[in-house]
Design a protein around this ligand. Sequence first.
Ligand code: SAM
Length: 409
Amino acid sequence: MNESDIVPLENYLRDTIGLASDSIGRGLVMRVAQRCMSAAGAHTVAEYVVRLRNDSRLRQVLIEELVVSETWFFRDRQPFELLARLALDRSRARPLRVLSMPCSTGEEPYSIAMKLLGAGLASDAFHIDAVDISEGALAVAKHASYGSNAFRGDEGRARDMWFTPAGARWYLDERVSSQVKFHHGNLFTFAPEVRYDFIFCRNLLIYFDAPMQGTAVRLLQDLLVDDGVLFVGHAEAAVLLREGLVSWPELRSFAFTRRADRPVKAKAVSTAQAHSRVRAPSLPKERLPFSDVVRRTERTFTVQTEDASLAEIQSMADAGRVDEAALLAKAHLATHEPSAEAFYLLGIIHDARGDAGGAEAAYRKTLYLNPKHDGAITHLILLLDKRSDPEALRLRQRARRPSGRGGNA
Ligand SMILES: C[S@@+](CC[C@H](N)C(=O)[O-])C[C@H]1O[C@@H](n2cnc3c(N)ncnc32)[C@H](O)[C@@H]1O
């Protein structure tokens, strides 16, 4: 099989589940396709695609091979903090509705449940729908028992509070698991009867190309109530700004509200809410000279080039101002001791600007300073996968060793 043979399958995957083969590496897609085709007895890619269209089992086998179900409890702290605060603020005549899609092996929706119960919400004050396209991931999620690698986030006392250890595994308390209802589904065809107050759709858009990202964001907006909040992954914030959503000003929460021209229905926003929202700044269309960038940057964020903190630079990047953020990150690195976090942030910013070479160099420097840096390992693997570099496999193996990080279940 050569690269052009795989095109019909790539188109099929993109159109049905949104997957852009570049995002996980064309080489990987070709290897998986070859294996699945021969297991199915299909002789050509065209024949295989026809069979996929008509056979949901065959389709599911392929999907299980291609999806990346990497996740862990309390992945990023701030989105959960913001969710709890907003949930406590919002009183509804009905339980709050939360959607976690994709939920993968369950760590995200269960983290939401733990956070809301821990914040004092009664069990009947909210419920969580959790959706994923992978049946394998959902089976793990429903089992609600986890190995230690599922705990890589900032879970505080949550593990001691809500889990019972037995052997090498941790079993989730039923008071938490009963808050979550799991569904097998595809973001592009998911059509629930209700709209949600909060949606977590994190670390999925990164696997789509720009047009499919646009489609996904429109669908997600339509699943929100009028003042609903959508949480995405940190590498996905720029997509939402590009699509015109309004970013919530909390640092590193990666939370957005719907576009002003896409309301479900008109509803007055409380003054407190109106003040707490900021308009998403539009991305600069033209490349500005450095001095203009710095001037703009200072005007909007009151940040000086030399002393911008990483948090300030991060917040600028979150707001989609990636060119300015890149300049400030470099200025920061030039004036401070080298740190893994600074190089990692620079890597993320380069990634958001589509500069794969710059991102790779920055992630490598991160790993030089901190060989176990979780985020840098994950992002470097994604970059290496894109060009089918065998180093990706070595990095994955290294990450799976007990001293590194590995699969969760
Ligand atoms: C990297 S995990 C993200 C899990 C979690 N949201 C997080 O951020 O930790 C990506 C998940 O997306 C699921 N997925 C991929 N394409 C999907 C689609 N079109 N609809 C629903 N889920 C999908 C995969 O099965 C996988 O479990």
